[in-house]
Design a protein around this ligand. Structure first.
Ligand SMILES: Cc1cc2nc3c(=O)[nH]c(=O)nc-3n(C[C@H](O)[C@H](O)[C@H](O)COP(=O)(O)O)c2cc1C
Length: 348
C-alpha cells in the first residue's frame, strides 16, 4: 500500500518532525503542498503545544502528524551527573559561568496521559513516535480517537516489534539520518544499517507499509527509496534551512558551510546517540564520552554553555543536528522540496 492511500495525502512525502527546529509553520507549508507536515512535541510544554495544535488543525486542509518521544525516563545517578559536570567544568570556567549551579533537570518528557489530554480534542489524523511506542493503554487511547500510528525502526527486530504492537506503518530510519536514532531495543551502534540495506529488508519482511528515512534530500534519492520497496519517504535535514523552519542562525550557518560534511553520532547533547555536525564540544570530549548521563539527562548541563556560545555567534556547544546528506539545505520553500521529493518518488 502506498503512503498516499494509507494517510490520505496527495503526495507520498512526510516532513520529519524535528523538535527544537520547527513548529506548525513548517508543518503547514508541507501540508499545503500535499505532503504530511509534522509537529514535534518533545520540546514544547502543554500550553505551547495547544497553541501550535490550534494553529495547525485550524489551517490544514489535509492530514497532519503530531510526534512524541516515548522513552522511559532514567533514574538520576548522582555519581554519573558529577562526572558529567566535571567534564564540563572547564567550559563553565571559560564562559564565566558558575560551575556550582549547573542545572540538572529532565529535559525531554515522554508521551503521557497528560499529553494525550492535550492532543485528544484535536484528534490528530496521524501520531508518530520515536523510541518505540507508548504503553498499551496509551496506544489504545491514541488509536481509539482515530489516529494512524507510525514509529521509527532502526533494525529488523524493532520493525517486527512495532508491527506486532500495532503500528500502521514503520519508518525505516537509516544510519544517514539526522537527529536522534530511534533505536529502542538495542544500544549497540554496530547494529545500525544505512538506508540502502535497511529499507529493502524491512519492506520485504513487513506487512505494513515502510517509509524510508535517512539521507533523502532530492528526487533521485526519493526514486531510489521507491525502487527499494518504500511506500513513501520521510525527510528532515532537507527542510532545516527552509524559511518556514525555526532553525537557529548558528545551525543554519553550519548546515550551509563546509563543516556540514562532517557529521557524527553523539550522546553529548542528550545522552542518546544522535547525528549532528561535528563541533567543538564533540571534538574535545569525543562524540560518545563515558561521562554523558542517560537520555535525556545530559541536556540540562550543556544548555548554559550553548546559550553563552550562541550569544557570541558560535555553534561550538549546540546540537547541530544534521543527517549525512546536507546537499538539499538551502533557503528554499518547504512546498518546493515536498513537490521535488514526490516527483522523484512518483517518476515512472
Ligand atoms: C534537527 C532534527 C530534529 C529531529 N527531531 C526528531 C523528533 O523530534 N522526533 C522524531 O521522531 N525524529 C526526529 N528527527 C529524526 C527524523 O525523524 C528523521 O529520522 C531524519 O530527519 C531523517 O533523516 P534526514 O535528516 O537525513 O532526512 C530529527 C531530525 C533532525 C535533523
Amino acid at each position: 500500500m502506498l503512503l498516499t492511500e494509507l494517510l490520505g495525502t496527495r503526495l507520498p512525502v512526510i516532513q520529519a518532525p524535528m523538535a527544537g527546529s520547527q513548529g506548525s509553520r513548517l508543518a503547514l507549508a508541507v501540508c499545503e503542498a500535499g505532503g504530511l507536515g509534522s509537529l514535534p512535541t518533545a520540546a514544547l510544554g502543554p500550553e505551547r503545544l495547544e497553541e501550535e495544535l490550534t494553529a495547525l488543525a485550524g489551517a490544514a486542509s489535509g492530514p497532519w502528524n503530531v510526534n512524541a518521544f516515548c522513552h522511559t525516563p532514567p533514574e538520576q545517578d548522582p555519581e554519573q551527573l558529577r562526572a558529567w559536570h566535571k567534564a564540563l567544568a572547564p567550559y563553565y570556567a571559560e564562559f564565566g559561568l558558575d560551575a556550582d549551579a549547573v542545572p540538572s533537570g529532565a529535559g525531554r518528557a515522554p508521551f503521557s496521559h497528560a499529553l494525550a489530554d492535550v492532543l485528544e480534542p484535536f484528534r490528530p489524523p496521524v501520531v508518530s513516535f520515536h523510541f518505540g511506542l507508548p504503553s498499551p493503554d496509551l496506544l489504545k487511547r491514541v488509536k481509539g480517537w482515530g489516529s494512524l500510528v507510525l514509529s521509527s525502526a532502526t533494525t529488523m527486530e524493532e520493525a517486527r516489534w512495532l508491527e506486532e504492537k500495532g503500528a500502521d506503518a514503520v519508518i525505516a530510519q537509516g544510519l544517514e539520518a539526522g537527529g536522534h536514532r530511534g533505536m529502542f531495543l538495542t544500544r549497540d551502534l554496530t547494529t545500525q544499517l544505512g538506508s540502502l540495506a535497511l529499507v529493502p529488508q524491512l519492506a520485504t519482511a513487513l506487512r505494513v507499509p515502510v517509509i524510508a528515512a535517512g539521507g533523502i534530500a532530492d528526487a533521485g534519492a526519493a526514486a531510489a527509496a521507491r525502487a527499494l520497496g518504500a511506500a513513501g519517504v520521510q525527510a528532515g535535514t532537507a527542510y532545516l534551512c527552509c524559511p518556514e523552519a525555526d532553525t537557529s542562525p548558528v545551525h543554519r550557518q553550519a548546515l550551509q558551510s563546509a563543516s556540514a560534511r562532517h557529521t557524527a553520532l553523539t550522546t553529548i547533547f542528550s545522552g542518546r546517540p544522535a547525528r549532528g555536525i561535528v563541533n567543538r564540544l564533540m571534538r574535545e570530549l569525543g562524540p560518545l564520552p563515558a561521562s554523558a548521563p542517560a537520555f535525556p539527562l545530559a541536556t540540562a548541563a550543556v544548555a548554559p554553555l550553548r546559550a553563552a556560545a550562541e550569544a557570541r555567534g558560535s555553534g561550538g556547544f549546540s546540537p547541530l543536528w544534521a543527517g549525512q546528506n546536507t546537499s538539499g539545505c538551502s533557503p528554499r520553500p518547504a512546498g518546493e522540496i515536498t513537490r521535488e521529493l514526490a516527483a522523484g518518488f512518483q517518476a515512472p
